[in-house]
Structure formats: C-alpha cells, structure tokens
Design a protein around this ligand. Structure first.
Ligand SMILES: *[C@@H]1O[C@H](CO)[C@@H](O)[C@H](O)[C@H]1NC(C)=O
Ligand SMILES: *[C@@H]1O[C@H](CO)[C@@H](O)[C@H](O)[C@H]1NC(C)=O
Ligand SMILES: *[C@@H]1O[C@H](CO)[C@@H](O)[C@H](O)[C@H]1NC(C)=O
Ligand SMILES: *[C@@H]1O[C@H](CO)[C@@H](O)[C@H](O)[C@H]1NC(C)=O
Ligand SMILES: *[C@@H]1O[C@H](CO)[C@@H](O)[C@H](O)[C@H]1NC(C)=O
Ligand SMILES: *[C@@H]1O[C@H](CO)[C@@H](O)[C@H](O)[C@H]1NC(C)=O
Ligand SMILES: *[C@@H]1O[C@H](CO)[C@@H](O)[C@H](O)[C@H]1NC(C)=O
Ligand SMILES: *[C@@H]1O[C@H](CO)[C@@H](O)[C@H](O)[C@H]1NC(C)=O
Ligand SMILES: *[C@@H]1O[C@H](CO)[C@@H](O)[C@H](O)[C@H]1NC(C)=O
Length: 897
C-alpha cells in the first residue's frame, strides 16, 4: 500500500471504530467516509465495515419491523463483495413487507438517489427452489425478482428522485405466490443533482445495463471505492464490431480533467474502451426486452486516452437517429445522454468518424455505456399527513397486523386492514376501524391528525384515559364509536355538541368511568350574559339594544321600587348543565324553526322543554337571543315561561316550562280514533287563553310586542289544557305602530301572514290579529290554515267563506265535534274570526276587543249549556249572515289583568 492510501485507510478505520462506539442511533445512515450512503445488510446481526469496499454496513434494525433473519449456507464470503449477501431477511408473513428509509440529505428529504436491492438465494432455506416475487418502490411496481439459478447474485437498481414533499423511501417486497420473498442488502447512494435526468422531471430510471466497455478481465466489476457513487460497472459482454483497447496498462493511471464532469465515471472504467481499426464506423447493439418498459434512455461515456495531434471527432447515432457530433479532448471525460426513445426490441448505437477531419482521421471510441428504462411511478402515495398519522398510530399501539406495511391505502389491494381510503390520486384515509384490535393505552394523538376521517371505530379495546377534545375538530367525522373501552373523564362538550347537532353519531356506551361533565370546569366557564352578545357582532348589538330598551322601559313602566341595576332573574345555565338536564339530549320532543326541542329535568325534578338553537342558522341565533331577552321579563299565565337559558357563545338553549299537552295543531289534526277531541268548550277556553296572552303582548307591554309568527303550532297546552303562546323568536318591540323600520325582514308562516304585509312590508299588531283570526278558524273547523287537497292547497279563509255565506254552520264546524256545540256561540266565533281576517288591517279589531267578544261568546256557551244544546241549530237561515256588517263593535279598553 502506498503512503496516501495507507493514511486514508487508517483514517477510515479510525472513524469506523469511533462510530462503532457511538450510540446506535447515530450510526443510522451515517457511513463516516461516505455521507451520502446508506448500506443495509438485511438480516445481519451486527453492523460492520467492509474492508474491500470501504463501506460501513448497518443492520436493518429500525428500517423494518417484519420478517426473519436468515443466513446462506455458503462459507467463505468473508470480506469480499458478497459479504453483505451472507445474511438475508425473509418474509414468510404478509403480502407486502416494506423497508422504510429516511433519506440521508437534510434538504427536506429532496434528492436524487441510486437505490440498489440485492438478492442471493444460495439455498438458504434448503428448499433448493428459488422464489419469484415483486419489488415495489413506494406504491409503484419496480420489477420482478427472479433467479436464473440458485447461486445468482441478483441486483436491482434504480435512480430515484425523492420529491420535496416525500419524507421517506419505501422499498417493498410483494409476495406473488411464487415463493417467500427475501432480500440480502439494500443500498442507497445519494447522487449529485446534475447527474442523469434533470430533477425537475422527477423520473425514476431503472437500470438495464451498465457496462465498462473494453474491460473483459475475469475479475468482478468495479464499484466503490473506485466509483465514488458505488455504481456497479459490469465487464463488457456487449455485441460490438470494435476491438478492445486500453490506454492504461494498470500501472499508474493518468489523471483526468474532471472540471466539468458530473458523472465521475471511474478512471478504471474510462481507461478501457472499444474502437475500430479497419472501418471508421463503430456500432453496438443489444437485444433488450423488459415487460412494461417502453421508454428508454442511455448515457454514453467517453474519454480520450491518447494524446493525439488533433482531437477525435465523430457522430453518434441511436437506432439510426442522429444524436450528436462530438470532439474529444485528451483526458477530458464526456457524457452524452441520448434522447428518450421508444423500443421494445433492442438498440443499435453507431459512432461514425467525422469525414471533415478525415485527413487526420482517427476512429471513434466508446468507453462506457449505461442503459435505463423509465419506470411508471404515476401512482401517488397516500397523503403524507395521513401516512404519518397512521405510522404514529401503529407505533402508539404497537399494531403488528401483517397488512400494516408500506403505504396505508395504495395499491388498493394492499390497503391496511381496517383502513378505507378515498380514491383521489393522493388518497386520504376516510375510515379507520380498529374495533377489537387489542388497543391499549390512551387514544393516540396521531388519530386526531387524520383530518379526512368520516368514521372512526375504536370500540371493544382496552383504551383508557380521556377522550381528546381534538376529535371534535375532525371536520368530516360523523361516526365515532368509543364504546366498550375503559375511558375516563368527561365527554368533551364539543363532541356532545356535534352529536345533538346531528353531525356526529357518537357511541360511548360501556365506558363505566366516563362522565358527562367536568364540574370543576363548569363553574369557571359560566359566562356573563352581556359580554358574549356584544362580542358576537353588531347585528346582535342592535338586538341587545332593543332588548335593553325593553328592559329599561319595563322597569320604568312597572317601577315599583325596582329601579337600579338591571338584574336578570334567571341564572344562565352552562352547556354542561344543559347536557345533564337533557340526559345527554336523550329525548327529542319537538323541532322548532331554529332547532330541536328536548325533554329535560331540573335538579328539583321539574320537567322542562329545552330548545336548542341549531348552530347553522345565524339569523335564528339573533332571534333566539331576542327571545331570551324578552322572555326574561315577559311573564303572563298565557305565555310559555322561560325557566332559564344557556348562552355560552357557542351553544344557545332556552329552557321553558314543559307544556305536556303539545301544541294546538296536534290536537286539531289528530285523526286517531282514541284521540281526545277538543270539546267546543275547551276550544273556547283556548281562544280566550291565547287572546289573553296576545293582549298582554300588545297592550300590557310598553312598548308593545308583536309576535309576528302566531300559529296553532305556537299555541301550547299544559297538563290542564290551558293554552299558552310560545315562540317569541320573531317578536320585536316597536315604538310606534306605523314605524316600518322595525319590520325589516320577512316573518311569519304562510297561511297566517297578514295579506297587507305584502304591500306595506310591515308587520304591526293587526298582523297578529289576522293570524289570530286564522287560528280561530282552525279551532272552529279543525282544518289547518292551508287545506291540502288533490287540486292543490287552499287557504282556510277561501274554503270557509262560501260556506259561511251559505249560512251552513254545520259544514263549517269540525265534524269531529259530532254536532256537540252551541250554534249561537259557533256563529259568534265565526263572526269574530271573520272580523280578524279582514284584508284591510285598519278594519280588524284590536285583540282586546276580540278578547271581550270571546268572553261574550263564552257566556253564550255556558248559558246554552244549561239549555238543550242541539235545539236551535237551524235557527239561522241562509243569507242572514252579512259579512260586511260584521265588524266587531268595540270601544272597550285593553283588557286589564
Ligand atoms: C501498454 O502495454 C502495451 C504492451 O505492453 C504497450 O505497447 C503500451 O505502450 C502500453 N501503454 C501505456 C500507456 O503504457
Ligand atoms: C458508416 O456509416 C455511415 C452513416 O451511416 C455510412 O454512410 C457509411 O457508408 C458507413 N461506412 C461504412 C464503411 O460502413
Ligand atoms: C501531448 O503531446 C504533446 C506533444 O505531442 C505534448 O506537448 C503534451 O504535453 C502532451 N500532453 C499531455 C497532457 O501529456
Ligand atoms: C410490540 O409487539 C411485539 C410483538 O407482539 C412485542 O414483541 C413488543 O414487545 C411490543 N412492543 C411494545 C412497545 O409493546
Ligand atoms: C389483521 O389483518 C388481517 C388481514 O391482513 C385480518 O384478517 C385480521 O383480522 C387482522 N387482525 C386483527 C387482530 O385485527
Ligand atoms: C393486486 O392487484 C394487481 C392488479 O390489480 C394484481 O396483479 C395482483 O395480483 C394483486 N395482488 C394481490 C396480492 O392480490
Ligand atoms: C368495524 O368493524 C366491526 C367488525 O370488525 C363492525 O362490526 C363494525 O360495524 C365496524 N364499524 C364501522 C363503523 O363500520
Ligand atoms: C400532527 O400533524 C402535525 C403537522 O403535520 C405534526 O406537527 C404533529 O406532530 C402531528 N401530531 C401527532 C400527534 O402526530
Ligand atoms: C378501568 O380503569 C379503572 C381506573 O381508571 C380501573 O380501576 C378499572 O379496573 C378498569 N376497568 C377495567 C375493566 O379494566
């Protein structure tokens, strides 16, 4: 050994020794002399340096978690080039097993790599039967590994560009049912960016042949350390019509000028070449066929090894296509890539001496050839974030399922057990079912990174600890099954919220230590009422101002020593309390315009109705707020009273007294035979109750309150069938009756809507009176406001008017009453109703007058009850009823409570 070589060698081994002492982790991917190398001796028990190759081989620890280590039977592999083939890793289990290799570069994973997988069977399993299996690079097919004979040492090599977005290289062995896959070694060599294809194309090149032209020695090929990139240069066995030549006899190599040489083909390779003597045409040809390979590219390496008087010039043809005319300078290497070309039969290269310089003509030469085909790597791997989240999940639970190898989604017949993916080009994980997977420990944080999940099933495991709130942040999650574990702590509010919003199917059964709420948190989170409203935006501020104005006016009006700070009487409930009250939104008892209504029970056992504001309706939320504000201060025995409310900015709930007998519409439309039909008396009572409620809103409140959405659905009955008006969602206070500014948005329900609203665009007290008239008609007839028939729907008024004009009271009144009503009081009711539904608002009576009339009506009824009910049912004759003369004559003052 010469001095410098010896010194280098010493330094190398010194470094290697130091490295061996270093912690295992540092060794990964770090070859002291070769920073761009990762050399994995698969199945090896210990890392070791290879003296001959000056390469440090690691074990495959940390690169793979499956397979078993095996050793070939041959002895004497020693330190030679085959040393890394002595051990191997075989994969008797699973369809796909993958090595995962972090790239060596720190440049965010981006880089160009030579990746080489090597296989030596050598009857390691004493079966004397070579397997055949597939190799994948990531999610794309690379090649099929097959062995000409049991002793063949097979190498598969690609040049692969890792795009900046990928974080690891995966090499997978896929069992095709033709024997157990195995691998002897896996080597990565980082290449210079300027080598081979320009990296903006990110192609992957599979090596077909790499030949050191003119080198026929019977020794093994050149590789590291001759080649600083550790390419394998095979001896020349190519068909050619040239003669071998060597400019270098192996004594002292000349020094090449590598100034512009990116490829760094070793001098040992360039030093031998092929040329022609008799003719000035040199040709090379291959018969090449690789299934699936259609695009090819070759790299022709030249270096002038003779000090000629004039440069060697010649033209290169590839399959008869002109490539380039080149001129070689002494000891200056040159690499000529061909264009990509298509062939499925073979190649012919021709080098033709340049005739222009024929005077001093020298024949063409070729020093080395590389031939590659392009791999189709168009299948995209799963979204990287999802891949990382799945890796994290696999680690967190030590999932050893054999299918959990390689990419979680693609190729689709290798999708991991329990995983479902979208079909887009870079798939997302949409469903994960780890039911009965034996999972132990906490719910892994990495699961919350699977942001495309729609379904997550972790049921029937042994999971402990809390439910991460982050699960509620998964935007598309609509199934979450956590049942049958041993989870503890509260169910996060946000998940509960999604559940009652109908956005999440949440199952938590069978977790004995789960709580609904965290009472410690409860007290801290109770928020004041006013602050979130102001913070919520200007729209709400307006509502709030109105509400505060009402409160203020009420205090002034009512006075009576209550001046001073406005104190809201009902304390707000937290969302957790709402959860508790409703027993986790167990029973839906109705659905309003703004959300569902749930049955609830207060701590003292009182049943309540909990009305939730669905999160989607922004408009509804303002109204909700307004309603809460109003109901806080408006109390009347014929108005549904507010027990409390919840307003924690995210969740809005109103807690009402429970009206066990539902709404009036139900009672009027219930056709079931055992339904208890409302008697005429009850109907009268209800009209009076409702009129009293409305009268209080219109005339008891200063400023008056217009309901704006009065209908039978909003008239609720308690256990004694006392009627109360509900749903102040559309209520608004107004200062002056004709102030149109208060009616800024459409309101009301078709069938109940003041016909003048269309023209005036404003709603006033008389609009409520119109609605009330429609309700009266419904009570009388039993029909809904819009009567549906085969020919479409007809307004109750249009249906009733001709019958009324005929004076046919029996055809008007609800047949379910079976004639059990007083005709006089029925006519009176009809009159009142018709006065309320007059088209012109000014002609409609004030509700106080209506109330007075209804009370009269009550008097008639109770009087007639004492006489024979059916006696005078035909006393009114046809036509005696004149609508035009029917205005209720009323000067009475608003009904005083
Ligand atoms: C190589 O050896 C041959 C024969 O021994 C000799 O003719 C030739 O000059 C040598 N070339 C060089 C570059 O030393
Ligand atoms: C060499 O190749 C050129 C171009 O293909 C051709 O024109 C010429 O005839 C060939 N010469 C010989 C001697 O084959
Ligand atoms: C090449 O040969 C010429 C003379 O023929 C000589 O002057 C020159 O130094 C040689 N070049 C090299 C690099 O040996
Ligand atoms: C993971 O599972 C394997 C095989 O079941 C076991 O050998 C290993 O100890 C487990 N590791 C952890 C961290 O639980
Ligand atoms: C693991 O995956 C296989 C399919 O590869 C499946 O049949 C099996 O049920 C899974 N094992 C467990 C424990 O879920
Ligand atoms: C996977 O699918 C490909 C093509 O769709 C098929 O050739 C291959 O045999 C399948 N592999 C397995 C293990 O099912
Ligand atoms: C998860 O798989 C189990 C059976 O393995 C099945 O019963 C359950 O319905 C699946 N869960 C979902 C959400 O599909
Ligand atoms: C979730 O993803 C983010 C961003 O990709 C990452 O920073 C974080 O570490 C991941 N969390 C877990 C628990 O994997
Ligand atoms: C569930 O966890 C609690 C502690 O959090 C423990 O006391 C209990 O034994 C566990 N139950 C089961 C069935 O594992």
């Amino acid at each position: 050994m010469e001095g410098p070589t010896l010194l280098l060698s010493l330094l190398f081994w010194l470094a290697v020794c130091m490295l061996s002492l270093a912690p295992r982790k540092l060794v990964l991917g770090l070859d002291p002399n070769n920073p761009g190398f990762i050399s994995i001796d698969c199945g090896a028990l210990n890392a070791y340096p290879n003296n001959d190759l000056q390469i440090y081989y690691e074990t495959d620890d940390g690169y793979i978690d499956s397979g078993v280590s095996k050793q070939v039977s041959s002895d004497g592999m020693g330190d030679g080039v085959r040393a890394s083939a002595k051990t191997l890793r075989e994969f008797p289990d699973g369809f796909r097993n993958c090595y995962t290799i972090p790239p060596t570069t720190t440049d965010e994973g981006h880089g160009k790599y030579l990746i080489r997988a090597s296989f030596l069977y050598d009857n390691y399993d004493n079966q004397n039967r070579t397997p055949k299996f597939n190799l994948f690079i990531g999610v794309n097919y690379w090649t099929t590994v097959d062995f000409p004979d049991p002793g063949s040492y097979v190498h598969k090599e690609i040049i692969h560009v890792v795009p900046p977005t990928a974080d690891a290289i995966q090499v997978c062995l896929v069992n095709t049912g033709n024997g157990t896959p195995f691998i002897s070694s896996l080597e990565l060599r980082q290449l210079a960016d300027t080598m081979y294809l320009s990296d903006d194309q990110f192609p992957t090149l599979a090596l077909y042949i790499r030949t050191d032209m003119g080198y026929t020695a019977d020794e093994s090929m050149f590789r590291h350390p001759s080649d600083s990139y550790d390419r394998f240069w095979d001896v020349d066995d190519m068909d050619n019509d040239g003669t071998l030549s060597s400019a270098w006899n192996g004594t002292s190599p000349p020094t090449l000028d590598r100034t512009n040489d990116a490829y760094k083909v070793p001098i040992e390779v360039l030093g031998t070449f092929v040329t022609v003597e008799s003719s000035y045409n040199l040709s090379l040809s291959w018969k090449a066929h690789v299934p699936g390979a259609s695009k090819w590219i070759s790299y022709l390496h030249f270096a002038e090894m003779e000090n000629l008087s004039s440069p060697r010039e010649f033209t290169i043809y590839s399959n008869d296509a002109f490539i380039k005319t080149i001129s070689l300078d002494y000891l200056v290497p040159m690499t000529v890539p061909t264009n990509q070309f298509t062939s499925d039969i073979g190649f012919k290269f021709k080098f033709v001496a340049n005739s222009l310089s024929s005077a001093s003509s020298v024949p063409p030469i070729i020093n080395a050839v590389e031939l590659y085909y392009l791999l189709d790597i168009s299948t995209r791997p799963t979204d990287l974030n999802d891949v990382n989240a799945m890796k994290g999940t696999k680690r967190a639970y030590n999932v050893t399922n054999k299918s959990w190898q390689g990419d979680p989604c693609v190729p689709t017949n290798f999708t991991w057990d329990g995983v479902k993916c979208s079909t887009e080009n870079s798939p997302r994980i949409t469903s994960l079912n780890l039911s009965s997977y034996g999972l132990k420990g906490k719910i892994a944080d990495s699961l919350t990174n699977l942001t495309a999940l729609t379904s997550l099933d972790l049921s029937s495991n042994q999971l402990t600890g809390p439910i991460p709130e982050l699960l509620a942040k998964l935007p598309n999650l609509n199934i979450l099954n956590l049942s049958g574990n041993n989870l503890t702590g509260p169910i996060p509010e946000s998940l509960q919220k999604k559940k009652y919003d109908g956005k999440l199917e949440l199952s938590v059964a069978g977790n004995p230590n789960l709580r609904l709420e965290d009472s410690g948190k409860l007290k801290k989170k109770r928020s004041s009422f006013v602050v979130p409203v102001i913070a919520a935006g200007s729209g709400l501020v307006v509502i709030l101002s109105i509400a505060l104005a009402i409160i203020w006016r009420f205090k002034i009006t009512k006075g009576k020593g209550q001046e001073g700070t406005i104190k809201l009487r009902n304390r707000p409930f937290t969302f957790n309390e709402v959860l508790k009250i409703t027993d986790n939104f167990k029973t839906v008892i109705g659905k309003g315009g703004f959300g569902k209504v749930y049955l609830g029970t207060l701590a003292n056992g009182t049943n309540v109705a909990v009305k939730m504001l669905s999160q989607t309706s922004k408009q509804g939320r303002k109204e909700f707020q307004a309603e809460a504000e109003l109901l806080m201060i408006v109390h009347h025995r014929n108005l549904v009273s507010l027990v409390g409310y919840c307003d924690d900015a995210k969740n809005m709930a109103l807690i009402y007294e429970l009206m066990v007998n539902g709404n009036l519409r139900q009672h009027l439309s219930d056709q079931s035979c055992n339904a208890q039909v409302l008697t005429w008396n009850e109907r009268l009572r209800i009209t009076i109750d409702a009129a009293q409620g409305l009268d209080y809103l219109h005339n008891g409140c200063k400023p008056p309150i217009i309901h704006r959405d009065l209908k039978t659905l909003n008239i609720l009955l308690n256990e004694s069938r006392q009627a109360k008006i509900a749903d102040f969602g559309l209520s608004k206070a107004f200062a002056a009756e004709n102030d149109s500014s208060i009616s800024t948005r459409p309101a009301g329900t078709p069938g109940y809507l003041d016909p003048e609203y269309q023209s005036s665009g404003s709603l006033n007290r008389k609009s409520d009176v119109y609605s009330f008239g429609v309700i009266l008609l419904e009570l009388i007839t039993g029909h809904p406001a819009m009567i549906r028939s085969a020919s479409g729907s007809i307004h109750i008024l249009h249906w009733a008017t001709p019958i009324i004009e005929r004076g046919d009271i029996h055809s008007i009144v609800d047949p379910r009453l079976d004639g059990k009503f007083s005709v006089n009081s029925a006519w009176k009711m009809v009159e009142i109703a018709m006065s309320c539904v007059q088209t012109t608002a000014v002609k409609r009576p004030d509700i106080s007058c209506v109330l007075a009339e209804l009370k009269d009506c009550w008097a008639i009824e109770t009087a007639s009850e004492r006489s024979q009910m059916m006696g005078s049912s035909k006393s009114r004759s046809m036509g005696s009823f004149q609508m035009t003369s029917m205005a209720v004559d009323c000067d009475s003052l608003p009904f005083a409570r």
